[in-house]
Design a protein around this ligand. Sequence first.
Ligand code: ASP
Length: 355
Amino acid sequence: MYRTIHINPVLPGQSRSSVLVIYTGGTLGMVYDRQNDQLVPFDFEQILDRVPEIRRLDFELTVVVLNELIDSSNMRPLNWIALARIIRENYDAYDSFVILHGTDTMAYTASALSFLLEGLYKPVILTGAQLPIGVARSDARENFITAMEIAAAQENGRPMVPEVCIYFNSLLLRGNRAKKKESVHFNAFQSENYPHLAMAGVNIEYNTPFIKPYRPQSKLTVYEEMDTHVVVLPLFPGINHQIISSILGIPGLKGMVLESYGSGNAPTETWFLNALESAIDRGLVIFNVSQCDGGRVTQGRYQTSKVLAEIGVLSGSDCTVEAAITKLMFLLANEPDPETLKKRLVTPICGEMSL
Ligand code: ASP
């Protein structure tokens, strides 16, 4: 499944901590192949040639290179589970983890891992780049090096950020609060509804009150199931009965993230509400998040959202779509009791939503 490369610390003396880097693919690791005029994944054995600054880092570095390096548009729940397993297998041997990942679905992977790695108390930092490492102006070096610095950062022997995060373009964000917002500029990720956890400038400044507390007594439980019988439905003016009934009629469908307007509003037309209500009565779980990146769903604020609450649509509060769909997949697979599932869906599990 993967091969492991040990990169020896070059500095004399004892290294202060150990970081396991997991390379999954994406733009970061691309170099130009002149012969075939295309971008191809680079050979990680040559990391010290590409990023010689690594020699100056005072921690022990090991790189796991997945056999199949993928553009993150090809990420599937099976890949998330494979990553969670690698972390479990290496949890005792390393102090922290960095995942090199394509930017397109990085926020989904970060959200999924935050649910799959219950009781995590070591840093898991995802990063990537907008420009390949082989390009002179690439953002890959800074993102990679600072992500490793943050992963290795400790205070009194305690990790600074014992949770799943995304580091990109100077900002450290909680993984299940982040969103890819930009495909051209370097500031690709934002977290509208939660403060950043750190900012890297001349110094790395940690926003400690917002970082998950360190709890070494907690036990890591790695879940290995995600249920993909789910769908995301963004509302738009003009959505019609045929669209709604074909989506709600998908055989085996168990959960739906409804991307509603504003603070959780949806049409009040009878055909729409009746279709949703009868799907809920048949056991479909509908989780309401907003199309707005900032703010939250407040079902009941307007008449157009009050009715949703009345028919049993569950409020996703200020959850991102990425966190909402992965939470739904996680709970549908791992929470057998339907009533408990609904309660857990509307309650924060690992900082993915505020009430
Ligand atoms: N398509 C690429 C990916 O997500 C984009 C990137 O890495 O930035 O793998």
